[in-house]
Design a protein around this ligand. Structure first.
Ligand SMILES: Cc1cc2nc3c(=O)[nH]c(=O)nc-3n(C[C@H](O)[C@H](O)[C@H](O)COP(=O)(O)OP(=O)(O)OC[C@H]3O[C@@H](n4cnc5c(N)ncnc54)[C@H](O)[C@@H]3O)c2cc1C
Ligand SMILES: NC(=O)c1ccc[n+]([C@@H]2O[C@H](COP(=O)([O-])OP(=O)(O)OC[C@H]3O[C@@H](n4cnc5c(N)ncnc54)[C@H](O)[C@@H]3O)[C@@H](O)[C@H]2O)c1
Length: 455
């Protein structure tokens, strides 16, 4: 049986573990799907390339508001798709070739499973051992039974970006990140989109003020079916029908299921290695990325509290260090994890929601700044954008930041920085210049509005 110094299951964030510290040392990497993992092939990167095309389409649609006449004449779906995957597929293929031809790296293409604490068998029949193993096997879409057992053809984020033509009527089950991003993409490019949400509001993980505001904006863009309890899914290749407990139904040409993602931990035969899992089925790790089995580590969606690429990347950097520095272990830093939803309008958040601050019985103050009440907001005719900040009035430290509006995913960064480095609101607001009349003034104004106890 071949023996490796390091074996990695999953070529997403796991691929970045092969640092110069492993130069000349034998490393195995096992991949059952597309090389490069979710973010590259079916996640962050292709979705944001589609989102950009959707933003362009909407800019054209709404240009008359600025006195610029134009007409949206349609989207060439196949051309958009081919631009996206014409960029991505060669990167995936190049990454695979690089590792396959690498002097010290061996790729195994197929599903890997544990056969013991330090041994892995690939579905191709190959089996090997390794001194250290990193589980970076990610997650997969969760499909509710009512859909899975219906026998009806449906799409997930893994498949919908490769379809041949834009559906006329798209039904989106789930109103989280993926539902909101794809609703924007398909609606802007020309589909009639209906978003089906179990709750009263979309993106319910957000601060409720932002989620409420977004739900109102979304209702002007897409058809919404809120508080929906799906009872039956039927249909054929031409039409899908969703029936709900309240007696209503919806029909569409295609169904996107976006009801969350689950860890792939259950596919790895972890019991064969004695590796423990959490109650919700993720690989259990400590703050250094160690599982309960010595020499076996895990990171990213398969084990993390977060299903975000910047978190998986961070965890990979920590584990990469720890693999070769057993006397100087680093810790994951999950204190201030930001996230953005690339829908229309964009949404970004970090830290506590107001509900969470209240539930923790914290002393806090809140300030909000509408994008529309700043000079750049006048330029963009913004009517919905908001920056909401939550801070501790005594220490002047931010507790949470929540933005909805143009470029929210960028605007939030100085707030993430302030929280990460313990910078006080007063210092951030007045200890530096803010470029006038940049859109970033929404952040400056919100900071200045916070009613703190000292200045
Ligand atoms: C549609 C979509 C959009 C997203 N957009 C964003 C975004 O904008 N920003 C953001 O931060 N995050 C985003 N995410 C989340 C992000 O993609 C993930 O958090 C991140 O890719 C997780 O990385 P990972 O390395 O843990 O897992 P992955 O990248 O999923 O890598 C795991 C790899 O392991 C392989 N594998 C699984 N089981 C086995 C096995 N038994 N044997 C061998 N190989 C195996 C899989 O094929 C996969 O290639 C998005 C996700 C989706 C689905
Ligand atoms: N921009 C980004 O960073 C980005 C983009 C896409 C995905 N992601 C990551 O991927 C994860 C998965 O995305 P997602 O949108 O699938 O999950 P999600 O958790 O964001 O949203 C899932 C939605 O499905 C609903 N739902 C769950 N079970 C259901 C059921 N049985 N019937 C009907 N509705 C149901 C939930 O109420 C929720 O509205 C996200 O949590 C996020 O971490 C991130």
């Amino acid at each position: 049986m071949a023996d490796f110094e390091l074996a990695i299951i999953g070529s997403g964030s796991g691929n970045s573990l092969i640092t110069p510290d492993f130069a000349g040392k034998p490393v195995a990497i096992v991949e059952s799907g597309s090389f490069g993992g979710t973010c590259l092939n079916v996640g962050c990167i292709p979705t944001k390339m589609y989102v950009y095309a959707a933003d362009v389409a909407n800019t054209i649609r709404h240009s008359a508001r600025f006195g610029v006449d134009s007409r949206f004449e349609g989207a060439r779906w196949a051309d958009i798709r081919d631009r996206v995957f014409g960029r991505i597929d060669p990167i995936s293929a190049g990454g695979l070739a690089y590792r396959t031809n690498g002097e010290n790296t061996t790729t195994f293409l197929g599903r890997g499973q544990f056969t013991g604490p330090k041994t892995i068998k690939v579905e191709t029949g190959e089996e090997f051992s390794a001194d250290q193993i990193v589980i970076a096997a990610g997650g997969r879409p969760m499909i509710p039974d009512v859909v899975a057992q219906s026998g009806v053809t449906y799409y997930t984020s893994d498949t919908i970006m490769r379809i041949d033509k834009l559906p006329e009527r798209l039904l989106t089950l789930g109103a989280g990140y993926i539902g909101a991003e794809f609703a924007h993409v398909f609606s802007a490019l020309g589909s009639q989109v209906t978003v089906v949400s179990r709750g009263m509001r979309l993106l319910r993980h957000l601060d409720s003020e932002i989620a409420d505001r977004f739900t109102v904006v979304a209702s002007g863009q897409w058809d919404l079916k809120l508080s929906a309890q799906l009872s039956k899914v039927t249909g054929d290749a031409d039409e899908i029908r969703l029936d709900f407990l309240d007696g209503t139904s919806l029909v569409g040409d295609a169904l996107l299921v976006a009801t969350g993602r689950v860890s792939n931990a259950d596919t790895l035969d972890l019991p064969a290695a004695g590796i423990a899992t959490t109650i919700d089925g993720r690989v259990q790790v400590d703050c250094h990325g160690r599982t309960n089995v010595e020499g076996v580590w895990a990171l990213g969606d398969v084990s993390s509290d977060y299903q975000l690429k910047h978190v998986a990347n961070h965890e990979a950097r920590v584990v990469a260090h720890n693999l070769t520095h057993p006397e100087d272990l680093r810790k994951f830093d999950h204190r201030f994890v930001p996230a953005a939803v690339f829908t229309q309008p964009q949404i970004a958040s970090v830290g506590l929601t107001e509900e969470a601050a209240r539930a923790r019985d914290l002393r806090y103050v809140v300030a909000t700044q509408d994008f529309g009440d700043t000079a750049y907001g006048w330029a963009t005719e913004d009517q919905t954008g908001i920056c909401k900040l939550i801070a501790d009035p005594d220490t002047g430290l931010l507790l949470g930041a929540h933005l909805m509006g143009y470029q929210a995913s960028n605007l939030i960064q100085p707030l993430v920085q302030a929280m990460s480095f313990g910078q006080r609101v007063q210092d951030v607001a007045r200890g530096q210049y803010w470029i006038h009349p940049a859109l970033m003034e929404v952040v400056e104004n919100a900071l200045l509005k916070l009613g703190l106890n000292e200045s």
